[in-house]
Write a protein that binds this ligand. Structure first.
Ligand SMILES: [Mn+2]
Length: 392
């Protein structure tokens, strides 16, 4: 054993000042001047709360080269002034930062390092949010609450929730809300039992679409056919009524991959929250809306018009009114809201946007929307469906 090593095993080595800052020395030499006590790797590891194994790794990666290495034994020695850097590396490791990135951070001055840690954490938060969405989707999918859908190289799915509530004033509920892996629908039946049956029958007719995967190219046709079935179902209900009338609105979306087909008739609505912006993607089929369209009423005047609930178009069983049919492209992160006028008459678009943008789960969001309607007096039945588009 060389004299140097036997001395080093006594845990300390004395080197001239400045040795540490000059990087690795293969052959430590005694120098004149102020003396700095170097620590063995074991002592330094204990002081830094790192393992010797970790220190060897950091040396190999150039993160924390020892102040000196014995040329004969290969033992590493560290300067106590390196402890701060070692502890910073340990903290960044606990943060989960990759070693290559740690090297960038520790080589920068404090202010720049602080900014680099901040930037790293922002990335982690964003990535965690998207992983959280994926995890939630997988839970939904595996527990049967969602279905994976593929389109080209994008695999999208939806997370969803549907709820309906009679509100504070009405004793019955003529609204219907439905959400499934491929279909979202709301319907608002007009007047009493016939209306309740009509809205339920219209949605039930569309549910047949859930039984099979519809290729994107056939979405609109499939939906148009199902709407014909819905019309006939409403007709059947009307025939059982004394006055021969059954009327309902219907707003529904059918999914295939990243495409969705929408059918809409009446004053139930569909909204899209994309980014932080809310878009109403349906047009009310009401008497007052037609007056607004013609420039004879302002939207504000329409909101307080005595005939604001008068429908210009609805499913009546007579086949006299055509619903709007349209195709849309869904994007990951999109959030859709389908709802009845029991919500939109008491909540402004901005209020809806704020609630939807809070990024709560679809379940919590529909609860929140119904609470919102109650806060507004809940004079009418409320139906709402919320669906989030997620990437797999
Ligand atoms: Mn209503």
């Amino acid at each position: 054993m060389s004299p140097f090593v036997s001395w080093a095993l006594g845990w300390t080595l004395t080197l001239g000042e400045g040795a540490a800052s000059q990087g690795r020395r293969r052959t430590p030499a005694r120098r004149k001047g102020p003396r700095v006590e170097l620590l063995t790797i074991g002592a330094f590891a204990r002081a830094a709360r790192l393992s010797p194994k970790a220190l060897r790794l950091y040396d190999e990666l150039g993160l924390l080269p020892p102040a000196a290495v014995d040329s004969d034994s290969g033992y590493r020695f560290y300067d106590p002034t390196q402890l701060e850097r070692a502890r910073l590396i340990a903290w960044l490791r606990r943060l989960g930062m990759p070693l290559a990135r740690i090297r960038e951070v520790v080589s920068q001055p404090a202010q720049a390092a602080a900014a680099a840690v901040e930037a790293y954490w922002a990335e982690v938060v964003a990535e965690t949010a998207s992983r959280e969405q994926l995890a939630t989707f997988l839970v939904d999918y595996l527990s049967g609450r969602g279905t994976a859908m593929s389109h080209a190289d994008v695999t999208l799915g939806i997370r969803y929730a549907a709820r309906t509530d009679s509100g504070k004033v009405r004793r019955s509920n003529e609204d219907t809300a439905y959400a499934g892996a491929r279909l979202l629908a709301v319907a608002d039946g007009v007047g009493g039992t016939a209306g309740a049956h009509a809205s339920a029958a219209a949605v039930e007719a569309l549910r047949a679409l859930e039984a099979r995967a519809v290729p994107a190219g056939e979405l609109l046709n499939a939906l148009a056919e199902a709407v014909g079935d819905a019309e006939r179902a409403v007709q059947g209900i009307a025939e059982q009524e004394q006055d021969g009338e059954a009327v309902t609105t219907l707003t529904a979306m059918l999914w295939s991959g990243s495409r969705l087909a929408m059918v809409h008739i009446g004053d139930t609505r569909a909204y899209l929250l994309r980014g932080d912006e809310l878009f109403q993607i349906t047009h009310d089929h009401t008497y007052v809306q037609s007056l607004v369209d013609e420039g004879r009423l302002t939207p504000d005047e329409a909101d307080s018009h005595p005939q604001r609930t008068l429908l210009a178009r609805a499913l009546t069983g007579g086949g006299g009114y055509q619903p709007d049919l349209s195709m849309h492209d869904a994007l990951p992160g999109d959030r859709y809201l389908l709802c009845s006028d029991g919500l939109t008459r008491v909540a402004t678009a901005e209020t809806l946007r704020r609630v939807l943008a809070r990024k709560m789960s679809p379940d919590e969001t529909v609860d929140e929307l119904i609470t919102l309607a109650y806060d507004g007096g809940a004079p009418d039945n409320i139906a709402c469906v919320v669906a989030d588009v997620v990437t797999l």
